[in-house]
Write a protein that binds this ligand. Structure first.
Ligand SMILES: [Fe+2]
Length: 200
């Protein structure tokens, strides 16, 4: 398919800018640049993962602190909200060191990627939402990845110290490195982009 809904295009345009922030590690900016290069070409096989999970009900509360802001975060929040009916939802139920309730306390929203608003397999662009006081399990995956943090929250890589990159900051995960994230007293939202097929 060669057409892309305005809602998806709007989110991609905002996210592309956020992933080029100087607050991101250089490697994160680099992998994201390759993701957005691929996203210049729309591609959608129409698969949709519409099943919702308990944490989906926290979307409004998570976006509320910045949805009216005259900033890229506000614009991104409004784009996410407008995409809500089209998002592909999923959650993780494996991995170690997750908080007791983490399965119901988190959800992933896929915007571009398998089952998402634009279902494709060469990249993933989406977000993770966690309720307050949630620790996501240690996990790893072959695709290289960058995150941008939209709210207070922390990340950990390769069993190191927990780090708070600050809102608008992020992390870069090289292939297969172990990583985790956790929220504090407020809901957590981070947007990620992954390069899921190597080559070019
Ligand atoms: Fe990850």
């Amino acid at each position: 398919m060669n057409r892309r809904p305005d809602t998806v295009a709007a989110f991609i345009a905002i996210a592309e800018k956020l992933f080029q922030s100087e607050k991101l590690p250089e490697g994160g900016r680099r992998v994201a640049a390759r993701v957005f290069e691929r996203l210049q070409t729309p591609s959608d096989d129409g698969v949709r993962h519409h099943t919702r999970y308990p944490a989906c009900e926290w979307l409004d509360a998570t976006l509320a602190p910045f949805i009216d802001d005259d900033s890229a975060f506000g614009a991104a929040a409004r784009a996410i909200k407008s995409l809500e009916p089209d998002l592909g939802w999923s959650r993780r139920s494996s991995g170690v060191n997750g908080s007791d309730d983490y399965i119901d306390a988190h959800v992933h929203g896929m915007i571009c990627g398998p089952g998402g608003a634009e279902s494709r397999y060469d990249v993933q662009l989406g977000f993770s939402l966690m309720l307050p006081h949630t620790r996501y399990p240690d996990h790893s995956h072959p695709p290289e990845e960058a995150y941008v943090l939209f709210t207070p929250g922390e990340f950990r890589q390769d069993g190191g110290e927990w780090i708070d990159p600050g809102i608008g900051g992020g992390i870069h995960n090289v292939r297969n490195n172990l990583h985790a994230m956790r929220s504090g007293s407020v809901p957590f939202l981070a947007v990620w982009s992954l390069l899921t097929k190597d080559g070019d």
